[in-house]
Each structure stands twice: as C-alpha cells, then as structure tokens.
Ligand binder design. Structure first.
Ligand SMILES: Nc1ncnc2c1ncn2[C@@H]1O[C@H](COP(=O)(O)OP(=O)(O)OP(=O)(O)O)[C@@H](O)[C@H]1O
Length: 639
C-alpha cells in the first residue's frame, strides 16, 4: 500500500445546497442482486468507494435518474431531497451529470465550452454580460484561466491536459449553478495533483450550494480527505460505511480493522473488505445497518454507543434542516423490515422538483439554440483544417483521376456503343464518388460527436431540432462546395454535355441523402469501427442497382424493387436524363437511338423527372428524421 501521510481533514465547506438522502435502495439485473439496502446522505462533497463491480456507477446512475425500471431491471428504494420524497427519474434533467469520458467539442476553446453551456442553459433571464461574467468567474475558480483560450483538442490535435479537460467538464456544469451534480469517476486517469485539483473543484461546487456525489477510484489520501462523506460499497453491493470521512477511521478501528500507520484510509477501507470473508464482515459488524426513517432521514450521526450488530448508524431529524418532512416514528427492526417502495416515476407522491421549475429541460429559445449550434458547427468546420483538407483533397485527387481516365469520354460521338459505354461509365463513377464522399465523413465523424450530443441533450442544453438543423445547414454549404469543386474538375475534363448547374444540383442532392445515411448509421451504432462495417451493406448494393454493372432489365424481377430504395439510382436517373436526352446527344439517328437506349435499358423515363426529384428529397428528409428518432431513443436510454 502506498505510504501517505493522513492530513488533518479540512473544515467542512459551508452547506447551502439541498441534502439528498436515500435508504433501502435495491437494484437487481435479472436474478443478479447488485445493490442491497444501500443508504446514505449527500451533504457536502460525497464520494462512493468500492472495488470494481461493487455497484458504484449503478448507485450513481440510479440516484441521477439515469436508470429507469424496465424489463429485467428491478429498482426500489426511498430517496429524499431536503426531506421531501424525491423521484430521481422524474427530476433527471435537473441533475448535472459529469460523465467519466469528457464529451467536449475538440475545436472549441475552454471558455467557448463554458459560454456555450451558459448561454443555452441559463436562458434569457440572465443577461449576456452576466453570463460572460459568470463564465469568467468559473474559469478563475477552477484554475482554468491560463488555458481559457486553448482548444480542447483531440487525439489528432493536442489541446488542454487531462486535468484541465475534466475541470472544463465540471465548469460546463458549474456555470448553470446546479443544485445536484453527479460525477462518474472524475479523477480516473489523472495524476495525483490533477486529481486533487479536480476534487478541490468539487468542494467549490458544494460551496456554490450544489449537492455533489462522485464515484472514485484509488483516491490519494489528500484527495479523499477533501470529501465530507463517503459511502463504501462491498463487492456484493452492501453498505460497509456511509457517513463522514473524518469518522471512518474510528468506525473501522472499533470493528477490529484499525487503519495501519501511514496507510491511505481509502485503500484500507477496500483492502479490509477484500481480505475478509463475508461471514467475518457480518460478525464483526463492519456492514452498516440503518433503521429506515423515511422522510425524516436528514441528519446522520454515527452512534458509536449502539451495538454494532444492531444499529451502527442512527438518523435524527433536524428540524432546522428538515424543510417540512414529517417525523417518522418507525424504528429498529420493524422499520428495517418495511418494504421499500419501488422507484417508479408514478410512485413518489409529491413531485418534488429541485428548485421548482428547474426541471424544465430547455431554458433557451429554439432560435438561440440554432444560432449557438450553427456558430459551433461553423467554428468546427473552420478550425478542423485537417478534416477540411482531407475532404477536399480527396475530392480533388479522385476527380482529377477520373477526369484523366475518362478524358473527353463525353465528347466522343454517340454513334459508337463503346463511346456511349465510356460516357455513361464516367457519369456513373463520378456519381458513385459523390455518394461515398458524402457518406464517409458523416460515418467517421458522427459516432465521435454523438457523446457530446447525448451529454448536452440529456442536460437540456438544446432540443434535437436545432441540433439537426444546424448540422444540415452547415452540411448543405459544405456539400455544395464539395460538389462544385468536383464538377469544375470532371465536367470539363470528361466533357459532359448536360447542363452544368443541373448536374451539380443533382449531385448535391445525392450528397445530402448519402450524408443523411451516414448520420443515421452514426446515430445508431456505438463507434466508428461498427459504423465502417455498415458501409458495405448500405452503399455497395446501390452500385448493383445503378444500371452500370448490370442493366436493370437483367436483374431478376423479384429483386428489382430494391432499386427504389437507392438514392444513387434516382440521382443517376436524373443525370442520365440530363446527359443523354435528345438535345445533348450527338445528332444522327444511330446516336439518338444509342442515347435513348441508355435510358430505356435502365427503365429511366423522362416524364418521371418530377418523381425522381421528389423521391430524392424525401429520402434526404426521411434519413434525417429517422436519425432524430434514433438519437432521441438513445438519449432516453442514457437517462
Ligand atoms: N444494466 C445492466 N445490465 C447488466 N449488468 C449490469 C447493469 N448495470 C450494472 N450491471 C452489473 O452490475 C455490476 C456493478 O456494475 P457497476 O458499473 O455499477 O460497478 P462499478 O462499481 O461502477 O464498477 P467499476 O468501478 O469497474 O466501474 C457489474 O457486475 C455490472 O456488470
């Protein structure tokens, strides 16, 4: 065990925020019991300690309302906020939740991240100046002032350090002046000083009146003693200790597990459990038991005089803090046997809302959200020069290559079937390139961006509508530019005969539908790797139905319907009509017949132009709407 001096605990920070208490909390997945009669009090910075798999994250998520009872998951228990029955699930949007992985925009600066959060989550009631002042204040308090204008960064581009990143994640929540902040392993992956400064930030959060609960792994002694309360869970999900950190050492000592000299108390707490049998833990009284006192569970004091086998802890109502909770006369065994209430949204009587009205999810208007999201999207576009160069560089390279391979293919006379084949080949390949070139960036970028969306959406930063609109707005511009670059190269090198503007517009529409497919897949799957695996199944079959490799007439009738699902086919139908209709075809009966055959062989009808356009536009809208539904569904599964 690492030797570390045990510093004297700092004075507890002044509590201004709400006190959350809970008892009889049970959680089971199918037949596996994960949490057993868990109880605690969150008053001041509180941490949950336990070995891996003990149920720390489960406890945090249940209290944050991020786990809803559903088939296979059983949750029950009592939760209170300032003595009032409190339904975490109903109030989930009022709980600020800092995830273990920092989901921050890589191309934004630290200050911009906080400003974004403040502007969207504080609403119009707070002036712009006040929001900026608040952000600047938070930057100073979290020690982020020196990196305020540094980009967050990503694996591709170095940005702020891990500790600064974590503190930025906390700052994003802090600017909303939250009442309840839950953090999943905020110190994981940080060096001991960075971890210390993160926990210091949590203490500051409490000084701002927040109720803070964090799961924590291997805290240094200095870090651990910054917390006021600690809940220690055993590997079986039982409470070993739930109370003030400064009384924990005594608690262990009195039950036969004194903390050896120069030993980290947090390490000792876990080692003692890990090295002792379940029977010994039970008989020594190390498992804490508590009488259930319902709404009056407000003030917890370790009662060291009590028989450890009976009442290790006693709860006493504190009338000053109670806030109207009715005293509960039940005590001891009878109370302990009281059946815990199932934690259902409909169960907990009064719908106690943290600072009434705070659970209203969206504080800013649709337009404000759209403006800020568009601002962020355009910043990302401008600043991620690597992605921009990659996207346009690949477009230029491939289209110059196609241009060279199909050089003048469109200028050959159409009397020769071979010429027509080369001509249509050029058109088909350029269009296939549009499809892949537009879907690929969304497929690769969106899964990485989704955690940011999920964090922001679940914390009520914005609605899905403005988010999708901002993305679509930027994509519209970007894809138009990409298509223009593409056509400026290939149109003249190949010598296409159709109307330049119409061809660009059709390719643009195809680019937007393909991009929609990329976003849809990116919304549904968890990572870039899985998203890439979907490419063959969604894009490659379209190649077979585009009429180039095999004419549609030659495909078995029972499979032909599949072409109606392919945006590539509709775009090509339009492009073939633009390129091979009578006006643009070489004069002469044979040439005209060859051009007409290029259309008829693929069942392309000029009088259906309106339908092709309508279907392409419908696909553009539909893919995005389905992506919205998928995103919303996934967001609901998170909280
Ligand atoms: N929805 C779920 N379905 C299946 N098992 C679950 C679910 N939620 C939690 N568990 C199981 O519950 C146990 C506790 O998980 P939890 O993530 O809460 O532990 P933890 O203490 O946070 O672990 P770690 O420190 O490793 O993150 C694990 O065995 C986990 O597999």
């Amino acid at each position: 065990m690492p030797p570390s001096p045990t510093p004297s605990p700092p004075p507890p920070p002044p509590r201004k925020g709400a006190v959350m208490t809970f008892d009889s909390l049970e959680f089971a997945v199918k037949d596996k019991q994960i949490l057993q009669s868990v109880f605690g009090r969150i008053d001041g910075p509180t941490c949950i300690l336990g070995s891996s798999g003990a149920g720390k994250t489960s406890l945090l998520n249940i209290l944050a309302g991020r786990v809803a009872p559903r088939a296979g998951l059983t949750i029950s228990g009592n939760t209170y906020l300032d003595g009032q029955p409190f339904d975490p699930y109903k109030n989930r949007r009022a709980v600020a939740y800092v995830m273990q992985d920092d989901a921050l925009t890589a191309t934004a600066t630290v200050r911009e991240c906080l400003l974004f959060s403040a502007n969207l989550r504080l609403g119009a009631g707070v002036s712009v100046e006040d929001k900026e002042a608040l952000v600047d204040e938070v930057l100073v308090e979290l020690g982020l002032n020196k990196c305020r204008d540094t980009f967050i960064g990503s694996e591709r581009s170095k940005g702020i350090s891990g500790g600064e990143r974590k503190r930025t994640s906390i700052g994003v929540e802090l600017v909303t002046k939250p009442d309840v902040v839950f953090l999943d392993e905020p110190t994981s992956g940080l060096d001991s000083f960075a971890a210390f400064s993160v926990v210091e930030s949590l203490v500051k959060l409490c000084e701002h009146g927040a109720t803070v609960l964090a799961t924590i792994h291997q805290p240094s002694s200095e870090c651990f003693h910054l917390f006021r309360n600690c809940i220690v869970l055993s590997p079986t999900g039982r409470v070993v200790y739930s109370g003030p950190v400064d009384k924990m050492s005594d608690y262990y000592a009195r039950r036969g597990f004194p903390v050896p000299e120069n030993t980290n108390l947090a390490d000792h707490a876990l080692f003692a459990i890990a090295l002792t049998s379940e029977e010994k833990l039970d008989s020594s009284g190390l498992y804490m038991r508590v009488p259930v006192k319902g709404a009056s569970v407000l003030h917890m004091e370790l009662d060291e005089k009590a028989d450890p086998h009976e009442l290790s802890t006693s709860f006493d109502a504190d009338p000053e803090e109670e806030g109207g909770g009715e005293p509960d006369e039940e005590k001891g065994e009878g109370a302990r046997k009281r059946k815990p209430a199932p934690m259902q949204p409909s169960h907990l009587g009064d719908d106690y809302t943290i600072r009434k009205g705070a659970s209203h999810p969206f504080k800013s208007s649709f337009w404000t959200q759209l403006q800020w999201l568009t601002w962020r999207e355009s910043n990302t576009l401008r600043r991620d020069t690597g992605a921009l160069i990659g996207r346009f560089g690949i477009t230029i390279f491939l289209n110059v290559l196609f241009g060279l391979i199909f050089l003048n293919a469109g200028r050959q006379d159409s009397n020769s079937e071979l010429n027509i084949r080369n001509h249509s080949g050029a058109l088909t390949f350029v269009t296939i390139n549009t499809m892949f070139g537009s879907a690929q960036p969304a497929l690769l970028e969106f899964p990485a961006e989704r955690p940011i969306f999920l964090r922001e959406y679940t914390t009520g930063t914005y609605r899905i509508g403005p988010y999708v609109l901002a993305k679509v707005g930027i994509e519209l511009c970007l894809l138009l530019a990409q298509t223009l670059v593409q056509y400026v190269i290939v149109y003249f090198m190949v010598g296409f005969q159709g109307n330049f503007i119409l061809m660009v517009l059709v390719n643009w529409a195809l680019g937007l539908t393909s991009n929609g497919v990329g976003i849809l897949i990116g919304s549904a799957v968890d990572d870039v790797k899985t998203a890439s695996e979907f490419v063959p199944i969604t894009l490659v079959p379209q190649l077979l139905f585009c009429g180039f490799f095999i004419s549609i007439n030659a495909i078995p009738v029972f499979l032909r319907w599949a072409r109606y699902l392919c945006s590539l086919a509709y775009a090509l139908n339009l492009l073939y009509i633009i390129e091979f209709n009578g006006g643009t075809c070489t004069p002469g009966a044979v040439a005209q017949a060859n051009c007409a055959a290029a259309l008829s062989d693929n069942e392309i009808y000029e009088d259906l132009v309106g339908l092709y356009v309508a279907i392409l536009l419908t696909m553009f809208v539909t893919f995005r709407m389905v992506a919205v539904v998928v995103l919303r569904k996934r967001a609901r599964a998170v909280y």
